[in-house]
Design a protein around this ligand. Sequence first.
Ligand code: NAD
Length: 497
Amino acid sequence: MTSTKESANAIASGIRSHQQLIDGEWVAAASGQTFDDINPYTGEVFARIPASGAADAKRAIDAAEKAFPAWAKLGARARQALFLKAADIVERRADELVSIMALETGASNAYSRFQIQWSAGLLRQAAGYPYLSGGEIVPSDTPGVFAMAIRKPLGVVAGISPWNGALALGLRTVVSPLACGNTVVLKPSEEAPICAGLVIGEILHEAGFPAGVINVITHAPSQIGPIADELFESRAVRAYNFTGSSATGSMLAARAGKHLKRIALELGGYNPMLVLHDADLAYSVDTAIFASFFHQGQICMNTRKILVARPLFDDFLERFVERAKALKPGDPTNPATKIGPLINDQAVAKVRDGIASAVALGARVVAGGNHNGRCFEPTVLVNVPTNAPIYCEEVFGPVVLIEPFDDEQEAVQKANGSDYGLSASIMSRDAWRAITLAGQIEAGMVNVNGPTMGGEPQIPFGGVKDSGWARFGRWAIDIFSDLHLVTVSEQKRHYPF
Ligand code: NAD
């Protein structure tokens, strides 16, 4: 970690120096410490970021608690206007955001533009939630009683965001809670503190969200402990919106559960694609290539396993391997680059080890398998034995398994064979048969004749099993508000004594 004095030198060297957002002010960490934000492609320092601790988290929680009553009372029209303005700011800053996402997270131009479109959509969808979250009238069995179930915000919500879909998922962590009238402390991933946090603070601050309504605090790698303690032990924080790995999600759910607080969980995935015997082969290959390798396999919804009807298997494999070999990872700041670097060296090691252990157990690499620094080749594995960890665990990189199946029930069984249940896709010319099979797949989202990735802001996005349980889109209103019952008796009631 470095001090504020050293960050003055960083500015001179062209390295961006950031502050965090607490109570409407851009401030350094209370300790004055910073940490280096690394460009995953070059390995160079890209920015210096406040390295916060418990004192910063407490200040942010206090600011959010103080801002809550006025924000909760603000009228729907005023709240809506802020979200619409924020969406316009996202679009105005699009080119700059593309550049920051490439430098901080290795995102390709196409992936960054997808995130920008999604982010603006999220904000515009959320702009309608203040009008949707009034509550309802409940018919009463007691004559003359009028019962109102009134929706109310919860209070302070802590958002914990991942690095991989940094901008869109960082925004998803905050927009629903805010739109429901909660105030937020956002703690972005230490791997993308700018895109998954500070830039979101800038956008919402510029849009005019009042001081303390959105706070963003950042921390150095391995320094989450004191901040997590503040966020999870504070009585003022009423709920958590977490997107990240299933392992972290499980641990944080236990922490939230200890204090009987709610936590929305959007976790990892191991997403199968089923190519049925009547599928359009060329389109299936196009879809599978995109779904397997977009953002170099670092999206929760990437296809991890492709199950192909045996009559199509050889042809599918040949075409898929040829396409995979043609995808060359490179510099994400070049708009022509389709595949960028992995986020860090640990991610590279995880992918490498996943492939190596599968190969040791008899799997065959038919494309890729190597890396140059953090640039990992799109990799295709066949004959992967069921006891290889990669057979059902997410390695979160550009690796996909392909295997044949003989009958569709076998394919469904294999598709359901992991602990995850985020998304799946089924390719077939017979859409009705595919829909029937879709009902048997244990996943929160199934796309027929589309990729496993289906992120639109208005869908009930979310998984089952170890992929979590939260649903976004307007369904998030149920998570981030409470129903309070108020009844009124028109006349005197009669009691048994
Ligand atoms: P991660 O679990 O390592 O980190 C996610 C967040 O949790 C980060 O902000 C991190 O700092 C924080 N965190 C880690 N330990 C913590 C602790 N002890 N207390 C409090 N916070 C803690 O995940 P990641 O590597 O950032 O993201 C990749 C994972 O997220 C993959 O598994 C991917 O599938 C999943 N993901 C899921 C979705 C979805 O919508 N389902 C979307 C994106 C990513």
